[in-house]
Design a protein around this ligand. Structure first.
Ligand code: GLN
Length: 440
């Protein structure tokens, strides 16, 4: 797809509320490189200089990015061109695409159902064919879940593989920029452009060692997660079984496993994510970023601050309050330290698992996309569901969601693979081989 075609698609074909701002066609000129002329969308929590960075929030509605994120520069240096910024659940907090101040994003692959979040706009734009590639972010599953609900691919790399400079921080120790794409070889090309060159602007960025041999399923042992299988929708269980059959056909063997104290994954994730969010979002007072309320309206700082912070959505306010609570004296040991301890335990569990197995096969979610507003009031349902994806973020591991058919209502269904740290290329090889074998 050319940039011109993407712009035409954006003019006529955009799923409702997926786009925050279009980037005029003549803004950037294409360089030559491995991604020459490839159009892409950018989740609106990633900076592009001189364009709005709303993070899906009223508080940042008119804020303009002062610089461009390293990852976006890397893609542009490789020849790709950003064509629009994409809607998201406010500050990346959410699992359905319903928590943006700028509208609920429509799922082009399953009309009437959620897109999944928080990278709702990116997934919808890729699934509708407006762009073949999008830069998303993944703190606890936000690239993989919407990709799964929209029937496209979603990748979270190893922690530290890509630079986070210019990604608005929600929970810094968990998140990475992620890739959503309709095409596995394009996803790999983008991945390779993003994991080179250590970025001096991001102390956590390490890149990835050069890749040598490619991954084959023959003689590999694949771990199959059996946690919570009784809670899975029959379409998800069927997809996992079918993927396992395909792997078997390609020569893999299997072992089953259960997470160590898996019921603690989402509580640990939410304690850590909210604690980090309460610190990271403290900077958004509206004073430096501009907002609906400004200092000429108010004479006293506290009232101005409160008026601006009230522009944050309820979910964001709830998480900031929860994060501040778990960091306070008394609660810190009881919740925050225990969450960190569990994180260590889970990371060690993965290390032991990968001594014997090459990959872990598991669901992305228990069900395909829920209906819009169906679970809106039940944030605990979504918090609990995040265990399938947030486990990889807690342990810093690479993970990919791969579309694997549709259910009887026509909703996309997906499977997920997790690999050992720095084995991102193996993960992409495995996804590619599975998709090829499935086509035959
Ligand atoms: N649903 C998770 C959350 O709300 C994940 C979000 C993300 O990955 N940005 O925290």
């Amino acid at each position: 797809m050319t940039v011109h075609e993407a712009c035409l698609a954006l003019a006529g074909n955009v799923p409702g509320y997926a786009v925050i701002d279009r980037i005029p066609e003549d803004t950037f000129s294409a360089k030559s490189g491995p991604l020459s002329g490839i159009p892409f969308a950018v989740k609106n929590n990633i900076c592009i200089k001189d364009f709005r960075l709303t993070c899906g929030s009223k508080l940042l509605e008119n804020y303009i990015s002062p610089y461009t994120a390293t990852a976006i520069k890397q893609l542009m240096d490789a020849g790709a061109i950003p064509v629009c910024t994409a809607n998201l659940d406010e500050f990346g907090m959410g699992s359905t695409g319903e928590y943006s101040a700028f509208g609920i994003v429509e799922n082009p692959a399953a009309p009437g159902f959620c897109t999944g979040g928080s990278s709702s706009g990116c997934a919808a734009l890729v699934a509708s064919g407006c762009v073949p590639l999008a830069m998303a972010s993944d703190t606890g599953g936000s690239a993989r879940l919407p990709a799964a609900h929209c029937g496209v691919l979603g990748l979270k790399p190893t922690y530290g593989a890509y630079s986070r400079f210019g990604l608005t921080a929600y929970a810094s120790s968990l998140e990475q920029i992620g890739i959503i794409s309709s095409d596995i070889s394009l996803m790999r090309k983008a991945h390779r452009c993003l994991c080179t060159d250590k970025d001096p602007l991001d102390a956590t960025h390490r890149g990835l060692p050069a890749h040598s041999a490619s991954f084959h399923f023959a003689n590999q042992k694949i771990a199959i997660l059996t946690d919570g299988t009784d809670r899975l929708d029959s379409s998800v269980s069927a997809a996992l079984l079918s993927a396992q059959e395909t792997m078997k056909h390609l020569g893999a063997s299997f072992c089953s496993c259960t997470f160590e104290r898996g019921h603690l994954i989402s509580p640990a994730y939410y304690v850590i994510a909210c604690a980090e969010a309460s610190a990271n979002l403290a900077r958004f007072t509206g004073l430096l970023t501009g907002s609906a309320h400004n200092d000429s309206e108010y004479t006293d700082w506290e009232r101005l601050y409160s008026a601006n912070r009230a522009l944050l959505g309820k979910e964001v306010q709830k998480r900031i309050a929860l994060g501040a609570y778990v960091l306070r004296e008394g609660a810190y040991e009881k919740y925050y330290l225990r969450a960190l301890q569990y994180r260590k335990m889970l990371t060690a569990w993965f290390e032991r698992l990968f001594q014997d197995c090459a990959l872990l096969l598991l669901p992305v979610s228990s069900t395909p996309a829920p209906g819009i507003s169906e679970k809106h009031a039940d944030s605990l349902f979504h918090y609990h569901e995040d265990q399938w994806t947030a486990c990889a973020n807690l342990a810093g591991l690479p993970a990919v969601s791969v579309p694997w058919g549709k259910d009887s209502l026509g909703r996309p269904v997906a499977i997920q693979l997790i690999a050992p740290a720095e084995h991102d290329e193996d993960l992409l090889d495995a996804a590619e081989k599975l998709l090829e074998a499935r086509k035959k």
